[in-house]
Design a protein around this ligand. Structure first.
Ligand code: ATP
Ligand code: MG
Length: 569
């Protein structure tokens, strides 16, 4: 099903499946599905479900995982979403093979099943208004009340349902409901709606239908039609399970998949609800679904995340039955860990400060050897040009250095990575603003490569680029989308957008990067030494225009959290 990868430690779902296989349930088949509703782009929470469903199928011989678009609500669904979902699942590294389905493909069958339920007296057409239905439903502590239409004859129900389908009625005038138990302690069992009238064209069936099935009716039947063995969903569907089973039992379906619920992913400092993500896009808080700050797969991809890092994250968080909040720092840690071994190192100066090496020959240029990745010698070395005028990072110089500032300062010597030791001998300031505009330094020719033959030590090592050889680049520094760890979490709290982080994007326009990055392909990744991991933006870069997105800084707050946890225990 998918490429081989390490098998995660068995979680409770994998244990259930292993037991089923042992008991030869489902004739030894394992068929799962990932059933997105095409009403938005996939996010990192969906990745958890994708890794789980496709992962489990891939771990069993002959196992399959279906990709099924749960397209029963034509009001909010679009073809754009269908295409993006397919692209995102593939990008994550999973393959549904021939098993691509749409619930809308079953509309005829589902209609027939509904008629069948009516004929055995288990469904009826109810003509209460939506508000009345809500009122009749009762509450958690109070039983519901039977609809006055509950006793309609089977013939009348068949006739009305046919006419609902034929388009004779207005939206909201009738619904089809299951006839179960208005006194059930489970509100989902109080004659839930199975079909409603929606006079809206559907992106696949056009105007063929004006009645559409509800999730609770279509989902279990779609699972059954496809021969799903384990229908894995998130915890909020636990109370829908009796209804899932009721529909399949009442229709005597041959295939009765087992619904198993697990805790959805909650991630700190972001929101994982499609409704909220749509809001951020539509209200222009972000530039789109692929804004690199978004927790969507397309956003994370543009940010520079690798599919491997996301799969690894999903494996680490595991699968459990209890809701929890995962720290965003863990996701960041996973991408760092992956990029550390695969991203070539380069030098890029984000906020340049001009440095003139007074004793370096004016027209001399040296090609100095730099290591591409100290973690992986097979990645080799490259040449970086060094000349009399350089740029270093503005924050690597302090005229009046505080304690523990080991970088450049007047009179102080530091190492330029792969190059020479330099000593600051002069500071040029703008007369009006007093701002430092240029430094004068001397270099020690004996320290070529960054080492002193006399064993002299320096405390600071700086990155740099040659002014004449470097390329201009735009760099976008991203921070968390929200300033609150759980922006969507408070029930009666303020709107989640109140917690939007106004500093979540910082754009730097006159950055200078080493010439090896000329022509860097959109999407390619690197580490700017001492700065972080970056990738070439796929949208705004073009030949001659370099735009970098910071994927992650080098500060690993997760490592600190883990250390603190270890110290505690
Ligand atoms: P909505 O918020 O619109 O109901 P949804 O986020 O549940 O949407 P679906 O398209 O219905 O999105 O989700 C497809 C699958 O992904 C479902 O099986 C759902 O349980 C799972 N899923 C969605 N969000 C998460 C999450 N945060 N963690 C784990 N699985 C998730
Ligand atoms: Mg859903």
């Amino acid at each position: 099903m998918t490429t081989t990868r390490s098998t995660p430690a068995p979680d409770f779902i994998r244990c259930i499946i292993a037991q089923d296989l042992k008991a030869n349930k489902n004739e030894g088949r394992v068929v799962t599905r990932f059933p997105p509703e095409p009403n938005g782009y996939l996010h990192i929470g969906h990745a958890k479900s994708i890794c789980l469903n496709f992962g489990i199928a891939g771990e069993h011989k002959g196992g399959t995982c279906h990709l099924r678009f749960d397209d029963t609500n034509p009001c909010k669904e679009e073809v754009e979403y269908v295409e993006s979902i397919k692209a995102d699942v593939r990008w994550l590294g999973f393959d549904w093979g021939d098993h691509l389905y749409y619930t809308s493909d079953y509309f005829d069958q589902l209609y027939e099943y509904a008629v069948q339920l009516i004929k055995v007296g288990k469904a009826y057409v109810c003509s209460l208004s939506a508000q009345e239905i809500r009122h009749y439903r009762g509450t958690l502590t109070e039983a519901g009340k039977d609809s006055p239409y509950r006793t309609r004859s089977m013939e009348e129900n068949v006739d009305l349902f046919e006419r609902m389908r034929a388009g004779e009625f207005e939206e909201g005038s009738h619904v089809l409901r299951a006839k179960i138990d208005m006194a059930s302690p489970n509100l989902n069992m109080r004659d839930p709606t199975l079909y409603r009238i929606r006079r809206v064209a559907h992106h696949r069936t056009g105007n063929k239908w004006c009645i559409y099935p509800m999730y609770d009716f279509s989902h279990c039947l779609s699972d059954s039609i496809e021969g799903i063995t384990h229908s894995i969903c998130t915890l909020e569907f636990e109370d829908n399970r009796p209804l899932y089973d009721w529909v399949l039992d009442e229709l005597h379906m041959d295939c009765h998949p087992q619904q198993i619920e697990f805790a959805r992913l909650n991630l700190s400092y972001t929101v994982l609800s499609k409704r909220k993500l749509v809001e951020l896009v539509e209200q222009g808080c972000v530039t789109g679904w692929d804004d690199p700050r978004m927790p969507t797969l397309t956003g994370l991809r543009r940010r520079g995340y690798t599919p491997e890092s996301i799969r690894n994250f999903c494996e680490r968080i595991g699968v459990a039955k209890r809701d929890s909040m995962v720290d965003m720092a863990l996701l960041e840690h996973c991408v760092r860990e992956d990029l550390n071994v695969r991203a070539p190192r380069v030098m890029g100066v984000l906020q340049p400060l001009r440095v003139v090496i007074d004793n370096y020959p004016e027209d001399q240029v040296e090609e100095l050897e730099a290591v591409n990745n100290p973690e992986d010698p097979s990645m080799g070395t490259r040449k970086v040009p060094f000349s009399r005028v350089l740029y270093i990072e503005r924050e690597d110089f302090r005229e009046d250095p505080p304690k523990k500032f080991f970088r450049l300062a007047p009179g102080r010597e530091v190492r330029l990575r792969y190059a020479y030791f330099i000593t600051c001998v002069g500071v040029v300031k703008d007369e009006q603003s007093g701002k430092v505009v240029e430094l004068h330094c001397t270099y020690d020719p004996e320290t070529r490569g960054g080492w002193s033959p006399d064993g002299r030590k320096v405390k600071g090592t700086l990155h740099w680029v040659s002014a004449a050889h470097s390329l201009e680049a735009e760099v976008r520094l991203y921070d968390r989308l929200f300033v609150h760890p759980n922006p969507g979490g408070e029930k009666d709290g303020p709107d989640f957008k109140t917690y939007f982080n106004p500093n979540s994007l910082q754009t730097l326009r006159s950055c200078r990067v080493e010439p090896s990055l000329a022509g860097a392909a959109p999407g390619s990744r690197c580490q700017f030494e001492r700065q972080g991991y970056f990738c070439v933006d796929t949208v705004d870069s073009s030949p001659g225009v370099l735009v970098f997105n910071r994927t992650a800084s080098l500060r690993d707050s997760w490592a600190k959290i883990e250390k603190a946890q270890k110290n505690k225990s």
